[in-house]
Design a protein around this ligand. Structure first.
Ligand code: HAM
Length: 436
C-alpha cells in the first residue's frame, strides 16, 4: 500500500540529528544566559505574518526572498524573514503600558528564499535583542556590548571576532557633502552595502545610470573606504557643521572602550546594512579573518515604530544567526564535547532480576537521575555495551546472589571500580555519585 518515501529535506532546510540539536541547545542556552544577564525579557510572535508587514519596511532584498503565498482565506501572507517588524508592531500596540527602555529578546526561526551557500540557508534561528525607548548613544553601546558579550561567552576574544561599526547619520552627511542628492541616498546606501561583494565598475555604472555623476560615485567609494574614528572625524571636519554628525558614534566608541571592549571595535564606513529602516548606528560582527559572512547585524531604527504603529519611540537592536556562529564554533574547536545521555544503566543477570531492574530504574528516574535499561533479556555483557555506547558513568548490575544478600552491584564505569550497595540505599548512593 505504501511506497517508500523518496523525498529529501528541502534545500536550505536542516534536519537536526541529536548531536546537531545538542549544539543548537548550547547556542540557545548561551544566548539566553547573556541576554538575561543584561535584564532582557523573552518574547515571541507569529511565524506567519501579513505580507504587507514586510513589503514597505524591510527593503527590496528581503522582500524578494519572501516565502509568500495566499492562504485559504484569501489573505496574502509571508513566513517571517526577520523579527524586527513584528517586534515594532507588538511594542507599538502596548507602548503606553511598557516601562522604557524596553529590553526584549527572542529566538525566532526565520525563512528567506536565498541562494544556498556557505553560512546562508533558507531557514535559520536568530537571537534578536532590542532596546526600545532610548535615544542616547549609551543605548547603542549597551546593545553592541551585549552582542560582544555573547561572543565572549562562547569563548571568542578580539583575535577571533570584531564588530565593524558605522553610523548612517555620518554616511548621510558625507554623501550629501560629496554631491549625492537626497533622492539618491537609498541607492547610494545599497551600493555601499554591496561594495565588498560586487565589482565596483558595475556598481558605479548602476549609480550613474540612476543619474549620479562619475566624480560623485568616485567620492562615494572614497567615503565607504574610511576606516577608524580619526579618519571619519577628519572627513567630517571638512564639512560645515560636520562634526556634530560624528558625536553619537564617538560616544559609542568611548563607552565600549570604558567597558573594556575597545579591542573588538573597528569603525568602518562600508557598513551600512541592507535593511531599509536603519537611521543611525549600524554594526556587524565578523570573524576576524573575514572568511565567513556576518555573524550578527543590527543598528538603530528610530522611525519604524511610528511607521508601523503610530508611536514615535527610538529603538535599536541586532540579530545574530545560528548558522555562521555554529560554523565558527566548529572551526575553532569550541563545540562542547559530547556529554553522556544517561547517568546510570541498569542491567539484569537473570530473567528473575528484571522486576528489580524495572523497580529500581523507576525509583532512580523519580529521583531525577537519567536512567536506561535494555528493553528485553540479553547477556549482561551486551547490556553493558549499550551502557558504554550511551557514555553512562554508572551501571547497576542486579543478580540473584547479591539480591539474596539485599544488595546490588554498583559499577563506576569511568573509574572501573565496583562495590556492593544495600538495595534500599542504592538510589541515594547513585544520586550522590552522579553529582560528583
Ligand atoms: P540581518 O542582517 O538580515 O538583520 O540578519 C542578521 C544575521 O542573521 C546575519 O548577520 C546572519 O548571521 C543571520 N542570517 C540572515 N540571513 C540568513 C540566512 N539566510 N542564513 C543564515 N543566517 C542568516 C536582521 O534580520 C535584522 N532584523 C536584525 C535586527 C534586529 N536589527 C535590529 N534588530
Amino acid at each position: 500500500m505504501f511506497s517508500r518515501m523518496q523525498t529529501k529535506a528541502l534545500p536550505g532546510f536542516r534536519e537536526f540529528y541529536p548531536a546537531d540539536l545538542a549544539l543548537r541547545t548550547h547556542i540557545f542556552q548561551t544566548w539566553r544566559t547573556v541576554a538575561t544577564r543584561y535584564g532582557f525579557e523573552e518574547y515571541d510572535g507569529p511565524p506567519l505574518e501579513p505580507l504587507d508587514l514586510y513589503a514597505a519596511k524591510s527593503g527590496d532584498e528581503i522582500v524578494g526572498q519572501l516565502y509568500a503565498f495566499r492562504d485559504k482565506g484569501g489573505r496574502d501572507v509571508a513566513m517571517r524573514p526577520e523579527m524586527t517588524p513584528t517586534l515594532a508592531r507588538m511594542v507599538a500596540a502596548r507602548a503606553n503600558g511598557l516601562k522604557k527602555p524596553i529590553r526584549w529578546f527572542a529566538i525566532p526561526q526565520l525563512f528567506r528564499y536565498e541562494r544556498q551557500q556557505r553560512g546562508r540557508l533558507r531557514e535559520h534561528f536568530q537571537l534578536n535583542c532590542d532596546l526600545i525607548g532610548e535615544p542616547g548613544p549609551l543605548g547603542d553601546a549597551e546593545i553592541i556590548a551585549l552582542a560582544l558579550d555573547v561572543m565572549r561567552a562562547f569563548g571568542f576574544g578580539p583575535a577571533e571576532v570584531r564588530v565593524r561599526l558605522s553610523d548612517r547619520r555620518i554616511l548621510q552627511a558625507l554623501l550629501l557633502g560629496a554631491g549625492v542628492a537626497e533622492s539618491q541616498l537609498a541607492a547610494a546606501y545599497q551600493a555601499v552595502d554591496k561594495i565588498e561583494r560586487s565589482d565596483r565598475v558595475g556598481l558605479a555604472a548602476l549609480l550613474q545610470a540612476g543619474g549620479m555623476a562619475p566624480e560623485v560615485t568616485d567620492r562615494l567609494f572614497e567615503i565607504a573606504g574610511l576606516r577608524g574614528m580619526a579618519a571619519v572625524d577628519a572627513a567630517l571636519g571638512r564639512l560645515p557643521d560636520g562634526e556634530a554628525a560624528g558625536t553619537p558614534l564617538r560616544r559609542v566608541v568611548e563607552a565600549l572602550d570604558a567597558m573594556g571592549l575597545g579591542e573588538f571595535v573597528e569603525v568602518d564606513l562600508s557598513i551600512v546594512r541592507g535593511l531599509a529602516y536603519y537611521t543611525g548606528t549600524v554594526f556587524e560582527l565578523f570573524d576576524a579573518g573575514r572568511t565567513l559572512r556576518a555573524i550578527c547585524g543590527g543598528g538603530r531604527y528610530d522611525g519604524l515604530l511610528e511607521a508601523l504603529g503610530g508611536v514615535a519611540l527610538p529603538a535599536l537592536g541586532f540579530g545574530m544567526g545560528d548558522v555562521v556562529l555554529a560554523e565558527l564554533l566548529r572551526e575553532r574547536g569550541l563545540v562542547p564535547a559530547d556529554v553522556s545521555t544517561i547517568d546510570v544503566f541498569f542491567a539484569a543477570v537473570t530473567e528473575e532480576d528484571w522486576p528489580f531492574v524495572l523497580a529500581l530504574a523507576h525509583e532512580a528516574r523519580d529521583a531525577g537521575l537519567r536512567a536506561e535499561y535494555a528493553l528485553g533479556a540479553q547477556p549482561v555483557g551486551k547490556q553493558l555495551k549499550l551502557a558504554d555506547a550511551r557514555s553512562a558513568r554508572l551501571a547497576v548490575v542486579i543478580g540473584p546472589d547479591d539480591r539474596a544478600r539485599g544488595e546490588v552491584m554498583v559499577k563506576d564505569l569511568a573509574e572501573k571500580r565496583q562495590e556492593a550497595v544495600a538495595r534500599d540505599q542504592v538510589v541515594g548512593h547513585l544520586s550522590r555519585m552522579a553529582r560528583m
